[in-house]
Structure formats: C-alpha cells, structure tokens
Design a protein around this ligand. Structure first.
Ligand SMILES: C=C(C(=O)O)c1ccccc1
Length: 366
C-alpha cells in the first residue's frame, strides 16, 4: 500500500489515510435559511472514506454570503443542519472540518441583507461575477470597511468557529484563499488602505492575524487549518509580490501551531503553473506543520507528492464529486466515474448523491 493510504494526522486530528476531500461549493443549501439538510448529510456521509473532509465554504454571517444557496454557520437552524452532517460522517468513521468563509467583495446587493453593497478592505470592484440564484451578475464596487467595523467581523468568525464546535466538527479551516475577504486584505491589488490594515505586508496581514487569534481561541491551533492560494488570480485577486506576501503570512501562521497549511497550487481549479519569482516548495518549507496541497492531483501525482515528502496530505476536489469512494478506487487503481459538469452547481440530488460507488457500479455493469 502506498504511503498515500497510510494513517496520518493533521495536528490533533487523527486521519485514517492521507487523502483529503477539498472544499467544494455545490449551491444546494436549503433556500429559506441557507441550512444544510439530510441531503448534505447523505452527500458527505457517502464520502467519509476520505482521511479528512473539508466542507464547502460556509458563510460566517449574512454579510459574508456571496452566492445563492451556499450554507451558513451563524444560525441555530444552520448548526442543527450541520449536526446531521457531522453525525453521518462520524457514523462512517470519517473526520470532517468546516471551512469558514466571508466573501468580501465577491457578492451582490441582491445577496446582501437589506440590499446593501458588499464590503471589502477598499472600494475596488473585482472584475468577476457571482450567481444570484437566477443569473450570473457582475460583482459591484464594494463599500470600504471602516476600521470600527473590523472587530465585529472578527467576532463573527469567533462565533462561527464556536458554532462549528457545537455542530460536532473535528476542526475548522479558515478560508483565506481565492480572492475572498481575507485574501482581499492580504493582497496589495485589492487592499489600498492607509490605516493599520493596509500598506506594509504586516498591516495587510493584520486582519488575518485577528481572525486566527479569534478562531484559535475557540479551537486551539491543533484543530485549525488554513487555506491560501498564493499564485491564484481567482476572482480577480492580485498581488505585486506574492512570494514575499505569503512568506510573511506563513511565518505569522507558525505562531499558532496549526493543524495544517492547505495551498492551492497554481490557478484555482486551473493550470498548475507558478509565476516567475514564485516558489511553492519554499513556501511549504517555511511552515512548521502538516502540508496539504491541492489542484489537479491524480493517483500517480498524489502518490509521488506523498512518497517524495513534498506533501503530507493531498486534497482532491472534482474527483470526489463523482467518486464517493475515491479512496477505494485510488487504492485499487480502479477507473473513476466521470464528472457531469451540468450538475456541479445548484439543483438537487442529481449529480450530487447519485454517483455510484465501485461495488454498485460493478453490480450495475453485470
Ligand atoms: C468557495 C469557492 C472558492 O473557494 O473558490 C467557490 C465559490 C463558487 C464556485 C466555486 C468555488
């Protein structure tokens, strides 16, 4: 058996193998209250063969919502929904952490409470779109946050982290990637503030530090992971020197003794190329804990990444959508179900909980 299938850990979280289900937005939360239901419990329960499941991004507050039908982690009904999910995964011997999300400027007034403008570090629109439940709409120019509003958002992260603890998760992942709020603060393309939260890399990392202080105060570092996408331009995010910015960020993160560092390697869900001056290995090398890599991994490249020591854990996104039993298939080097691109986002159980596992598929083929 390859080391990919051997037991491991992410901080205090014991894992039965080194295969991680990456966070995947599927836009299927219950419409009236953005809460997970039995449908999500079935979906995640089917995928409990993963060493670790990271849930889809879940907004920490109504202000943190940026797409139709994504789940929240700020209300009682949402926590009750997530309890169904964690129970289903634990019943199958799985481990699961929740990804804490605030979209910042990647939203639209129709998705915001009272139709207000989305917020961000600076009033700079992303050249991006979001889905409002009917159609794709351009993300508008956001309102720049007042310094006085920042403690309230940090408190929303703390409360959301506490809600995830109540819901029975094994930990949480802070979503600091893909051009959402934390990433908007980190990168100088989106953060033009002239106060303590902007300018130097220390100042641009201040919001992240305050969020980590809050989340770690609830969970302890050993059950908190973080996702970064140093070289991605998802949602029109950009930085003039990502290697310097993220080297500073990773050194800052070392003080928390986190469960893991999760890096998107290259463009999110796209090419794995690293831009001139970028050095992924150097970034992983700065981190003092477990290293998790994602983006386009397959069986051979995942085995190589683990056995070469370059990574400790490998996260798979799209393969887990169409293969609930991905770990069994990778171990057996069995064929994988193809993904149906039409049912990735939105909809119901079709393309969500109806992908067959190996034994079902074999029986069906007989
Ligand atoms: C949370 C997302 C991310 O991190 O990119 C996301 C959101 C909408 C569609 C796909 C992915």
């Amino acid at each position: 058996d390859s080391k990919l299938f051997q037991a491991s850990h992410a901080g205090a979280i014991e894992l039965k193998n080194r295969v991680v289900m990456a966070p995947l937005t599927r836009n299927r939360a219950r419409a009236e209250d953005d809460a997970p239901t039995e449908l999500q419990a079935e979906y995640y329960g089917q995928r409990a063969g993963a060493g670790l499941i990271i849930t889809e991004a879940s907004q920490i507050s109504p202000q943190g919502k940026g797409y139709a039908w994504t789940p929240g982690i700020y209300s009682t009904s949402q926590v009750d929904g997530w309890k169904k999910v964690t129970s289903a995964v634990h019943a199958k011997g799985g481990k699961i952490v929740l990804q804490l999300w605030h979209v910042g400027r990647i939203s639209h007034p129709v998705l915001q409470p009272d139709g207000v403008d989305p917020v961000a570090p600076s009033a700079i629109a992303a050249q991006s779109k979001t889905f409002d439940g009917e159609q794709f709409v351009d993300t508008p120019t956001p309102r720049a946050l007042e310094v006085s509003e920042i403690p309230g958002i940090v408190e929303d992260y703390r409360k959301a982290a506490a809600n995830a603890l109540d819901a029975g998760f094994d930990g949480v992942e802070v979503h600091a990637a893909n051009g959402y709020l934390i990433d908007q603060f980190l990168r100088d393309g989106s953060n033009k503030r002239e106060d303590a939260y902007g300018g130097s890399v220390e100042n641009r990392s201040r919001f992240l530090k305050e969020v980590m202080d809050a989340v770690v105060s609830v969970w302890g570092g050993a059950r908190v992971g973080i996702r970064l996408s140093p070289f991605s331009n998802a949602n029109d995010i950009a930085d003039s020197d990502p290697q310097q910015t993220f080297s500073h960020v990773i050194r800052l993160l070392n003080e928390y003794d986190l469960a893991y560092l999760h890096l998107v390697e290259g463009q999110t869900g796209g090419p794995r190329d690293i831009p001139e001056g970028g050095d992924l290995a150097a970034l992983y090398g700065l981190f003092n804990g477990v290293r998790m890599g994602n983006n386009g991994y397959e069986r051979a490249s995942a085995i190589d990444a683990i056995e070469s020591g370059r990574l400790d854990l490998v996260a798979f996104g799209r393969p887990f959508i169409s293969n609930p039993d991905l770990v069994d298939r990778l171990r057996a080097d069995a064929p994988l179900n193809q993904l149906d691109p039409e049912t990735l986002y939105g909809g119901n159980e079709k393309g969500y909980i109806d992908y067959p596992s190996l034994d079902e598929a074999t029986i069906a083929a007989e």
